[in-house]
Design a protein. Structure first.
Length: 198
């Protein structure tokens, strides 16, 4: 079963979530498009995809070494939802969404949701400065060679940053946000995945 397609601009926590087109695309022709192009990234277009359990693909297996030198293996976290945020420090929409990710991490880690970042460009210094500025405390994996993104089986376009994936307790992609994520959207998607295990 494939997701139903529609566009949604706002989501309410606990409300019904409409399934949105699974496209990762460049920025629209806004006044900021030229400056964004010059920034060297392709922003997601704000599209959210929610995939019902019966339509989800095989579990992802994401492995790497965090900036702190710890091994990360998503298969060890099976049994709990996992939020994966793809980012890098100089990406403007990554800065926009950082406070929402911090707030959601503070609330949902207590509910058993795991979090990890995948940084597509930065060495330790810029990544650590970003995390300190925005109060991000969950780990991130550097992925300058693209190996982690490649292991996501096409769930994330290498150039669409930021992108956020929410994996269900089995490690399958349950939702994807292409572009900056807002707090209410993240909460709605996580609430839906947590409700599946209730």
């Amino acid at each position: 079963m494939t997701p139903r397609l529609s566009r949604r601009t706002t989501l309410r926590r606990g409300g019904s979530l409409l399934v949105l087109a699974p496209l990762l695309a460049a920025c629209s022709g806004s006044s900021d498009a030229a400056s964004e192009a010059n920034a060297g990234y392709v922003s997601g277009d704000g599209v959210v995809v929610e995939i019902p359990p019966e339509g989800r693909a095989d579990p992802l297996e994401i492995r790497g070494t965090t900036y702190d030198g710890d091994d990360f293996d998503s298969t060890a976290l099976r049994g709990a939802p996992l939020l994966i945020n793809v980012w890098y420090a100089s990406c403007p929409p990554c800065r926009v969404e950082a406070p929402a990710l911090k707030a959601v991490h503070s609330e949902y880690s207590a509910l058993g949701v795991e979090f990890v970042g995948v940084n597509t460009r930065d060495k330790t210094g810029p990544a650590a400065a970003f995390e300190e500025t925005f109060g991000i405390t969950y780990p991130s994996i550097p992925d300058t060679d693209g190996a982690v993104i490649a292991s996501m089986d096409g769930s994330v376009s290498p150039n669409a940053v930021p992108t956020t994936l929410i994996l269900d307790a089995e490690g399958r992609v349950a939702a994807r946000i292409a572009g900056a994520a807002d707090q209410s959207t993240l909460e709605s998607l996580l609430d839906a995945v947590l409700a599946e295990a209730a």
